[in-house]
Design a protein around this ligand. Structure first.
Ligand code: GLU
Length: 496
């Protein structure tokens, strides 16, 4: 692709949550705009009033911002082609529909829902596709207009050619040829005067000067219709790109709502706002998404948004469907977490601690961040792993306190000795505390695993924790000693 500035758009319908497929389409559009110095437009396709979901528009905007996909024109920021809500552009579509009617490429259809239901039933019986039978195709325009004046409320249908073939071109998929008789006379405008996607999106893409229409492969079925509409108006077609579909992790079939529910049980989701809540970074989601269906070469896998803006190319989009691979998401999240500064990571972790009721001291959290950064997969791992830093008291499990192959009494003696030696130190600076503990280990005859294991459980309340000595510095001498003493109490209670 040359780098002429493109005008591209994301045109979501506010009918539910923003999912992976939406997000990847938005990302590809965004990358094309940014790398060519063009514009990325957000258009809200809200003509399907029956499926409208309150709050969905706000949510999709939040999610796109979170992913870093900012738009240049849209309902909130305005632009030269406002309004950017399709329901506010009703009159525009009607004018264009009228034009198609005038030139014989569309017609009024007065068929009742009852007749259409009957037709569908018969077609089903004959195992035929559900196509409109053209009953109203040849009603003279004068007659149709009279019936409208008399109060009838028709829909407007596209008059698809009955003979011949139509060849359309997708940038990644090449030419696609269909028999025209298989293209239905789709409804362009409903009886309430509101245009449907097929007309509204084509009109808007044309008026808004969209150069590349990048959308989901679920639109391939009606792609020829869309091209016929462009051609009927005599407009220059955009470059069409249909992004590959996502398949279930098993690779068998498309994701269903039920699959999504199953996935949630494993702590995964195909909805972007869920991924945010689950502790995934937008950088990781972006990196992961783009690699399902695109690659730079056969080895580069780490990409920031800036890398992608530089390197992305529609020439390397793979139209084959790709199975969603969540272990890859975990992998990328780890990589991007490790790529953060400790200040940035601490800032991102804060809400996760607060959600669990911890009062967070930012200075302390910034000290903790590098200790846990290496091991985290998701941001909310941090709470489980490092919550003890913010607790007044930890509650070690008595049975976890006893050292490996050691009696309660021996464990208690070790704790007493540890307290004695640490108390003598001015503070717990790592370079001082660790050698002191190592020489104690040597003298005692116990292993480092045994002694550090006991200390870890006593001080953190956990058998797995960030590095012990670094953690002790952050917790502070006074609290460390208090926790060691508390552990002795617990052991005494156990001994009865
Ligand atoms: N409103 C359509 C959808 O949400 C947009 C398709 C397109 O990008 O043209 O599926």
């Amino acid at each position: 692709m040359d780098h002429q500035p493109v005008r591209v758009r994301m045109a979501p319908s506010p009918t539910g949550k923003f999912h992976l497929g939406n997000a990847r389409t938005a990302l590809i559009n965004y990358l094309m705009a940014r790398q060519s110095g063009g514009q990325f437009i957000l258009r809200i396709e809200d003509t399907d009033t029956k499926r409208f979901v309150q709050g969905a528009e706000e949510m999709l905007m939040d999610v796109m911002h979170w992913l870093g996909l900012d738009w240049d024109e849209g309902p909130d920021v305005g632009g030269p082609y406002a309004p950017y809500h399709q329901t506010k552009r009703k009159e525009i579509y009607l004018q264009y529909a009228e034009k198609l009617i005038e030139q014989g490429d569309a017609y009024y259809c007065f068929c009742t829902p009852q007749r259409l239901a009957l037709l569908r039933e018969e077609q089903q019986k004959r195992k035929e596709p559900h196509h409109y039978d053209g009953h109203c195709r040849d009603i003279p325009l004068e007659e149709a207009r009279r019936r409208i004046r008399d109060g009838e409320k028709p829909v407007i249908r596209f008059k698809s050619p009955r003979e011949g073939q139509t060849t359309v071109h997708d940038y990644s998929r090449g030419d696609i040829t269909v028999e025209n008789r298989n293209i239905d006379d789709y409804i362009l405008v409903k009886s309430d005067g509101l245009a449907l996607y097929h007309l509204a999106a084509m009109v808007d893409d044309h008026i808004m000067g969209i150069t590349h229409v990048v959308r989901g492969a679920d639109w391939l079925a009606t792609f020829p219709l869309h091209v016929l509409i462009y051609r009927a108006f005599g407009w220059q077609e955009p470059v069409w790109i249909h992004c590959s579909l996502f398949l279930k992790p098993s690779g068998k079939g498309k994701m269903s709502k039920r699959d999504a529910a199953e996935m949630a049980k494993d702590g995964y989701s195909i909805y972007i706002d869920d991924l945010k809540e689950l502790g995934y970074l937008p950088e990781a989601v972006v990196n992961w998404m783009i690699l399902m269906g695109w690659s730079l070469d056969d080895h580069t896998e780490f990409f920031t948004m800036q890398d992608l803006i530089k390197n992305f190319s529609i020439d390397r989009l793979n139209p084959a469907p790709s199975a969603i691979n969540f272990s890859k998401l975990d992998h990328f999240n780890g990589l991007h977490i490790r790529n953060l500064s400790k200040e940035k990571l601490a800032g991102l972790l804060k809400p996760f601690f607060e959600k669990e009721g911890y009062k967070v001291d930012m200075e302390r959290l910034t000290q903790i961040a590098p200790l846990i950064q290496e091991r985290m997969i998701t941001l909310d791992d941090a709470v489980r792993f490092a919550g003890f830093f913010f607790k007044e008291e930890v509650l070690p499990q008595p049975e976890e306190l006893a050292g490996k192959n050691m009696s309660i009494d021996e464990t208690r003696q070790v704790l007493e000795e540890v307290i004695k030696r640490l108390s003598d130190l001015p503070d717990l600076a790592h370079e001082i505390a660790e050698p002191v503990m190592r020489s104690f280990i040597e003298e005692s005859g116990y292993s480092a695993g045994q002694v550090f294991g006991i200390m870890r459980v006593a001080i953190t309340g956990q058998t797995v924790s960030p590095p012990l000595f670094e953690s002790m510095v952050i917790i502070g001498k006074e609290t460390v000693i208090k926790r060691l003493q508390k552990a002795i109490e617990i052991l005494k209670d156990m001994a009865g």
